[in-house]
Every structure is written in structure tokens, then in C-alpha cells.
Write a protein that binds this ligand. Structure first.
Ligand SMILES: *[C@@H]1O[C@H](CO)[C@@H](O)[C@H](O)[C@H]1NC(C)=O
Ligand SMILES: *[C@@H]1O[C@H](CO)[C@@H](O)[C@H](O)[C@H]1NC(C)=O
Ligand SMILES: *[C@@H]1O[C@H](CO)[C@@H](O)[C@H](O)[C@H]1NC(C)=O
Ligand SMILES: *[C@@H]1O[C@H](CO)[C@@H](O)[C@H](O)[C@H]1NC(C)=O
Ligand SMILES: [Fe+2]
Length: 484
């Protein structure tokens, strides 16, 4: 298979294509019987739910406080180091501090080990948090089931997790993708669909906007607690990798709350120091055959800023022989053809897109827009203010951009799209759902998007992604007729 297959710029009227490219285009058109997806994407006309999304009431089953005095609640885990041999376990005790110790043991061992954590509380306007505990368990073995316990005396609660396999280029691994979840009946539906999807996700890549507490009067932080209890049924058993969204900022000068990210910073820790980052909002981890870079749309990223400096230092460290799949998470999408949040990601795109193309990022996942969208492999890096070259062009070194902010929060669906659909946009639909990224080996990953209206196994959008370093062949739907 040729690696030099070139596509013409989408919006160019005069261009030359190689003979091979021409044959390929003709083939593609023939296969698709006249409908040419190379020249434009699909806007699904699927009729989705139109009722308003409302938050589940405070007395809902999913917000149930575990029984017993000072019982640990809102238990959640995330990767605790750079390589997947540590786990951060977090929880809240409401009545008193209690213990910050986690007892843990591997499935084949009876000896309980102990890890000591720390706790803190915070105030937000007239809300005082419970005791928030964070404990990092170190030196875990790869690919091992561990049980763990938090709490003391009569209120011990037991959970388990499975550590990722050792890092390596052909290690299969399955990620779930959820964004903008919130805590409505739709959010519960999304989480249930993720849990019951026959493709079992082992770790969630969460693209930001967690509780939507800030949509309640005075940013009612009780809604941070309810979100913690709601999501526990998944995140106590498998790590969710956190990205900060705009609903994590909680900047409310009218309430005297002027320090951005206060609740998020206290409640959701990330292993940022392990990747040389100086803030919890941008960092990286390796997991199986993937290298995940998390960026913050709401921290400075211009030239000379800490995040910018970090990313420039970070990208050359990615060794594709070790972790072939380079994936970036952020909240605000760069390629978004929905009217909602249109062009909000543009400033970060201008700063970082040349790096993504240079380092051949495979996939970029974002949230923020409450709909689903998948792009073609395009870049828009030629523009220099004077040359007028400001249209995205097909680029086999560019990532596919996926917006998966369709978790189902209180703000409802973003149904108004820009028209006509831009040619870089391959598939878009305003429905709630989640996605699965099933990495098979260094060359192939199977991706599927699942909408909440369908039964659990239905794939509303799916395709194979080919790795940009090991198999940089066109993987668009158009090119599928010519399977490599
Ligand atoms: C906080 O203040 C609001 C009014 O601004 C009030 O409704 C609420 O009950 C107060 N909450 C607490 C915990 O005092
Ligand atoms: C949330 O979903 C779970 C699992 O499907 C279900 O048991 C529960 O009753 C739902 N709760 C609400 C409030 O919809
Ligand atoms: C990249 O990873 C491979 C496989 O683990 C290793 O052999 C090689 O030395 C690494 N390269 C660098 C520059 O660290
Ligand atoms: C990688 O996975 C794909 C999809 O399962 C498979 O077709 C291909 O043969 C695999 N490659 C190798 C080298 O095993
Ligand atoms: Fe958002």
C-alpha cells in the first residue's frame, strides 16, 4: 500500500492528482454508487429525543448515600503515575475526617497492604464540603485484579479494579469515551449504555464538564456530591481520565469565589507531576499501547505559557515504538460545525495544530458541544495572515477530530448545525451517546459511537482507524473500499 496517496485540497478548484489517486477516487465513487463521501459528510437525520433534559431529583436512587455512620461515598479512581502502576483512590466522608487509609490486595494474595492518603475540605460561598480523601497506591503489578477497601469499623466499603497490561506497541486495550455527562435522566442513560455495551471499556477517557453544579443557584456544590455518588458505580471500578471543562471553572466573583477550578481541584486529582506538568489540568499518561495527552482549554496556552512550554517539551518524548497510539483529549473542539460553541476552539487550534500534524497525532477527542461529530483527517496550518490559505485540507498526517460532548447534561442537545456541512466534517448528529475505542495492535483500532436511543450493541457510527506512525494509510470511509 502506498503511503504517498495524496488528496487534493478540498476547496481547491484546480489541482493535480497522482494517477494512483485518480484511480482510487474513481474506484471510490464506483463503490459508493455515485454518492461521494470524499466530498462531504453526513448529517444524520435521526430523530432524537426532544424533551428537555432535567437533573435527576436529589432523592433519586443514583444519589443514594451509602448506609452507616460516616460511610465513604463518591469513590473514584484514576491513573496515579505515568505508566499505569499506580492508582489514585478518592472518596468523601461526610460526618468526620475518619481514615485516609486504603487497604488493598491482589486477587491471588490474602495479605492486605496499606496506603496512606490525605484529606482536605473546602468552602464555596456558603457550602462546606465533606472530608475529601485522596490516596495514591504505588507499585501495583500490571494486568492484575486488586480489591481495595476504604472506611473504618462498621462502614468499610470494598471495591476492585484491574491494572492495565504492561506498556507495549501491540497491547490491545479498550477505552470508553464520555463527555459533558452531568446528572440528568439522560446522563444515567448514557452511563447505563456504556456499562452494558458488549464492547467493554476498561478505562474512560473523560473529555470534561462533569457535574454541571454551576448551573444550579450559587453553583450549589451539593450537585458535585450527587455527581460523585451517581458515577461511583463505574469510576470506583475503572479509572476515568479527567479533562477540565468550562463547568469545572466555577469562577463566581458575585459569590466571592474568584479562584478558578476550586471544587474540581479539590475533588478530582490527576497524576500531572509524573509527566512534568505544573498544574493538574494538563498532563499525560501511557496506558497499554496508547499515549494520552490531556490539554486544558481553560488554562493559558499561548507562547511562553506553562501549558505551551509543557506541550512543546512533551511531544518529542512520545516513542511510537513503545506507544504507537497518540491521543489528545481537550474540552473545546477545534473542528466543530455545530452552531453551539462555534469557533470557541479556534485560538488553541492556531497555537497547537502545527504540532499535532508534525507529531502525527492519531485522534483528538473533545466535548463541550452537546452532539456528536467526527471529522476527516484534515489540517488547516498553511494560513499566515497574508496568503489567504485558510481552508482545511485533507492531510494524512493530521488527526481525526471527534466531538463526544453528548453525555446528556442539563443544557440539552445542540441541534443547530452550521449549513452547509463543511467538507471536513464526516459525520454529525445531535443525539446523546458515548463511544468506544478498541485498540487492537500498533496499526488498527476499531472505533464505534453508540447513541442512547438504540439498544446497547448498535453502532451508529463506526470505522477502523489506522495508526499514523505505523500504517498511515487513508482510513476515511471513502477509502474503505481499498482496505489495506
Ligand atoms: C446558601 O444560601 C442560599 C441563598 O443564597 C440558601 O438558599 C441556601 O440554603 C444556603 N445554603 C446553606 C448551606 O446555608
Ligand atoms: C439509573 O439507571 C440505573 C441503571 O439502568 C437504574 O437502575 C436507575 O433506576 C436509574 N435511575 C434513575 C433516577 O433514572
Ligand atoms: C523507544 O521504545 C523502544 C521500544 O520500547 C525502545 O527499544 C527504544 O529504545 C525507545 N527509544 C528511545 C529513543 O527511547
Ligand atoms: C492488527 O489488527 C488487525 C485488526 O484486528 C488485523 O487485521 C491485523 O492483522 C493485525 N496486525 C497484526 C500485525 O497482527
Ligand atoms: Fe463545556
Amino acid at each position: 500500500m502506498s503511503f504517498s496517496l495524496r488528496f487534493p485540497p478540498i476547496a481547491s478548484s484546480s489541482y493535480s492528482v497522482s494517477m494512483r489517486g485518480l484511480v482510487f477516487l474513481v474506484l471510490c465513487i464506483l463503490i459508493l454508487n455515485g454518492s461521494d463521501p470524499c466530498s462531504g459528510g453526513k448529517t444524520s437525520s435521526f430523530t432524537r429525543k426532544v424533551e428537555k433534559s432535567v437533573d435527576m431529583p436529589l432523592d433519586s436512587d443514583v444519589f443514594h448515600v451509602p448506609p452507616g455512620y460516616n460511610a465513604p461515598q463518591q469513590v473514584h479512581i484514576t491513573q496515579g503515575d505515568h505508566v499505569g502502576m499506580a492508582m489514585i483512590v478518592s472518596w468523601v466522608t461526610q460526618d468526620e475526617a475518619g481514615s485516609s487509609v486504603v487497604l488493598y490486595w491482589s486477587e491471588d494474595s490474602k495479605h492486605k497492604k496499606e496506603a496512606k492518603g490525605k484529606h482536605s475540605t473546602y468552602q464555596f460561598y456558603n457550602y462546606t464540603s465533606g472530608y475529601i480523601h485522596h490516596c495514591t497506591i504505588l507499585n501495583l503489578k500490571h494486568d492484575t485484579k486488586y480489591y481495595y477497601e476504604v472506611g473504618i469499623d462498621h462502614t468499610i466499603r470494598k471495591f476492585w479494579f484491574i491494572t492495565p497490561p504492561e506498556i507495549g506497541p501491540d497491547i490491545p486495550y479498550t477505552f470508553g469515551l464520555i463527555g459533558d455527562l452531568g446528572q440528568t435522566f439522560d446522563s444515567n442513560n448514557t452511563l447505563t449504555h456504556y456499562e452494558l455495551n458488549p464492547h467493554k471499556g476498561k478505562t474512560v477517557l473523560y473529555v470534561g464538564d462533569l457535574s454541571y453544579a454551576d448551573n444550579h443557584p450559587d453553583h450549589d456544590n451539593v450537585r458535585w456530591d450527587t455527581w460523585g455518588r451517581f458515577t461511583e458505580r463505574s469510576v470506583a471500578y475503572q479509572p476515568w481520565i479527567w479533562t477540565a471543562g468550562n463547568h469545572e471553572i466555577d469562577f463566581a466573583p458575585e459569590l466571592g469565589e474568584i479562584k478558578p477550578f476550586k471544587p474540581f481541584r479539590h475533588r478530582y486529582h490527576t497524576p500531572f507531576k509524573a509527566s512534568g506538568s505544573t498544574e493538574p489540568f494538563w498532563y499525560s499518561i501511557k496506558r497499554a499501547s496508547a499515549y494520552i495527552i490531556v490539554l486544558s482549554s481553560y488554562s493559558a496556552y499561548g507562547t511562553y505559557t506553562p501549558q505551551n512550554q509543557w506541550l512543546i517539551d512533551e511531544l518529542p518524548k512520545v516513542n511510537r515504538s513503545e506507544t504507537p497510539w497518540l491521543i489528545v483529549l481537550m474540552h473545546s473542539p477545534w473542528y466543530n460545525s455545530n452552531s453551539y460553541h462555534y469557533m470557541e476552539g479556534e485560538t488553541m487550534r492556531v497555537m497547537f495544530e502545527p504540532l499535532f500534524v508534525q507529531y502525527k497525532v492519531d485522534l483528538v477527542f473533545a466535548g463541550h458541544v452537546h452532539a456528536y461529530e467526527r471529522s476527516e483527517r484534515v489540517s488547516n496550518v498553511a494560513y499566515n495572515i497574508a496568503n489567504g490559505m485558510c481552508t482545511p485540507v485533507r492531510d494524512q498526517s493530521a488527526p481525526v477530530y471527534i466531538t463526544i460532548g453528548d453525555g446528556g447534561n442539563i443544557e440539552g442537545l445542540a441541534i443547530e448545525m452550521t449549513e452547509p456541512q463543511p467538507r471536513y466534517s464526516a459525520h454529525r448528529e445531535a443525539s446523546f451517546g458515548h463511544a468506544i475505542l478498541d485498540i487492537k495492535n500498533r496499526t488498527h483500532a476499531y472505533y464505534s459511537w453508540h447513541r442512547n436511543q438504540d439498544s446497547f450493541a448498535v453502532e451508529a457510527d463506526s470505522l477502523w482507524f489506522y495508526n499514523r506512525f505505523w500504517h498511515p494509510v487513508d482510513d476515511s470511509i471513502c477509502a474503505r473500499g481499498e482496505e489495506a
